[in-house]
Write a protein that binds this ligand. Structure first.
Ligand SMILES: NC(=O)C1=CN([C@@H]2O[C@H](COP(=O)(O)OP(=O)(O)OC[C@H]3O[C@@H](n4cnc5c(N)ncnc54)[C@H](O)[C@@H]3O)[C@@H](O)[C@H]2O)[C@H](O)CC1
Ligand SMILES: [K+]
Length: 489
């Protein structure tokens, strides 16, 4: 898992890394530039299009100069636009890379740069070294970059966007942000989606172990993390090892929630899945998924289940008593979603009854129902942290980079998923996945890490073929393929 450091920690990380590996800071900049160019090459950009690289005087600009040199070497027509006047303020590594530009690269000053039609723009003006409000000249440079018609690719972070806080003013509006080593925190805030564009992470050789000494509560979950969080089963494993779970989901006219959550749990590997539904609706479930069992009315012996999931489409009118009953009679961590979360907002006294370690899975609107409106994502994350810590609970804030909030204060941003998952029932699928993993003996932390990543990956797989036509059932059917792609048996 990648630790997300603050902009000011990046300099210390670089220094420590360089020191430990016995390399120079220029080597690290070269890794950053070649990492960027590796992504560029995979994107297969048209060599007929000129490439315009805006370079600042700091190390972000240094990355830009090195990228310009490497792209020139790949036969692209490269124009460097120098976004400062006085070279004496340049960082030594930026100066070195500026001086290493081959003759074939044209260099212009930003004030005299006339936009050319359809060039690809690389924004290496300001990185994580931005401090305080933008100076007037920086405002003008950023306006110029934004006025260009071509595709805009920011190096590390869109220039002008603070790395750890909220945008207050202007920044480059990027189509892609190619971020180095780990994503900068602000790139993961929903309010910055329209300026950060698509997020690309480039490995510059810094390993997880190199981050150890740097404190941070923020992490980024990536594909290679998954395997170590999964349980392994063996040839003597039987139905019981894969867990018996109950999903309290669905109501008259909304039985899809029970079917989707139930099927998702089966596809995640649950041995036995029972859905708790209104008796009148049993035909719906048993026709849609014969592998599911149904129960009607509250179960007397909840103890027979390894995990419970409660909430999708149960309705909010008559269920406060049922929730209290479940919380008091099922002492193990459970998954709490959708209408169950809305109910907690209406009856906050119920929160104290929730079994410790349980997982609440609000989307942003449901989040507001329990913890009130937040001005921005940072405030939301802080509220979640306080809530989880106070009650010994876990929370998954659903969205483009869903955040796993643990009771100990760690907050883990997920990297998988696609906007094609913005479809009815996708949340019900997640509830089924998470409950299934709890039932298979995963700790809440393991269940959240594996569940949220695989839910996103299943959405990506479904979206590859179905694009905006993706529906929640497609996500369910893609779950088995996630195990294959992650090499989990
Ligand atoms: N480990 C890594 O991730 C690596 C990252 N690299 C790149 O280095 C930059 C950070 O470089 P740094 O020199 O610290 O700062 P910047 O280039 O981002 O910014 C300095 C530059 O900005 C000017 N400036 C600062 N504040 C303002 C302001 N308010 N208004 C206008 N101008 C401002 C300042 O004067 C300087 O000119 C990181 O983002 C990566 O791109 C390394 O290449 C490799 C390792
Ligand atoms: K930048």
């Amino acid at each position: 898992m990648l630790k997300i450091l603050s902009g000011s920690q990046v300099k210390e990380l670089d220094a420590a890394y360089i020191n430990r590996k016995g390399i120079s800071s220029l080597n690290l900049m070269e890794s950053a530039a070649s990492g960027f160019v590796g992504w560029w090459t995979a994107m297969d950009f048209d060599k007929q299009l000129p490439v315009v690289v805006f370079c600042g005087a700091g190390n972000n600009g240094g990355d830009g100069y090195a990228i310009a040199r490497l792209l020139h070497g790949l036969d692209f027509e490269v124009i460097v636009v120098q976004c400062f006047t006085d070279s004496s303020g340049m960082s030594p590594d930026a100066l070195f890379n500026k001086q290493s530009l081959p003759d074939g690269v044209q260099v212009r000053h930003w004030s005299e740069f006339a936009p050319c039609e359809s060039a690809v723009v690389i924004d290496a003006y300001l990185g994580v070294g931005l401090r305080g409000p933008l100076r007037q000249e920086a405002v003008e440079v950023i306006q110029k970059i934004n006025s260009l018609a071509g595709l805009k690719i920011s190096v590390d972070i869109p220039s002008g966007l603070p790395s750890d806080g909220l945008l207050d003013g202007l920044c480059v509006r990027a189509d892609f942000t190619v971020t180095l080593a780990f994503p900068k925190l602000s790139l993961l805030f929903p309010e910055h989606a329209s300026v950060a564009g698509k997020l690309v992470l480039v490995d510059i050789g810094i390993e997880d172990s190199d981050y150890q000494e740097f404190p941070s509560t923020y992490f980024f979950l990536i594909k290679k993390d998954l395997k170590s969080y999964h349980r392994t089963f063996h040839r003597f494993s039987h139905k019981g090892d894969f867990g018996k779970i109950m999903l309290f989901a669905g109501s008259i006219g909304k039985m899809g929630a029970a079917v989707l959550a139930g099927k998702a749990a089966l596809r995640t590997g649950s041995g036995l899945v029972t859905v708790q539904i209104p008796e009148s609706e049993r035909q719906v479930v048993q026709t849609a998924a014969p592998e599911l069992m149904c129960s009607f009315g509250l179960q007397g012996n909840l103890g027979m289940f390894d995990a419970l999931g409660v909430g999708p489409a149960i309705g909010v009118d008559d269920n406060a008593g049922t929730l209290a009953y479940l919380f008091q009679n099922f002492p193990k961590p459970m998954v709490i979603d959708a209408d169950a979360i809305t109910l907690l907002g209406k009856k906050p006294d119920l929160v104290q009854l929730i079994p410790k370690g349980s997982i609440l899975t609000p989307h942003l609107v449901e989040f507001d129902r329990i913890l009130g409106r937040s001005e921005n994502h940072l405030e939301r994350l802080e509220k979640a942290s306080d809530f989880c810590n106070k009650w010994g609970l876990n929370m998954l804030i659903k969205g483009a980079n869903s955040v796993i909030c643990l009771a100990d204060g760690r907050q883990i941003f997920n990297s998988s998923g696609t906007h094609y998952m913005a479809t009815a029932g996708a949340g019900d699928v997640l509830t089924g996945i998470l409950t299934s993993l709890l039932g298979q003996g995963y700790s809440p932390e393991q269940a959240m890490i594996c569940g949220v990543y695989q839910h996103g990956l299943a959405g990506e797989i479904a979206g590859e073929r179905k694009r905006r036509g993706t529906i929640a059932s497609d996500i369910v059917e893609a779950i088995p393929e996630t195990f294959r792609r992650l090499d989990i048996s």
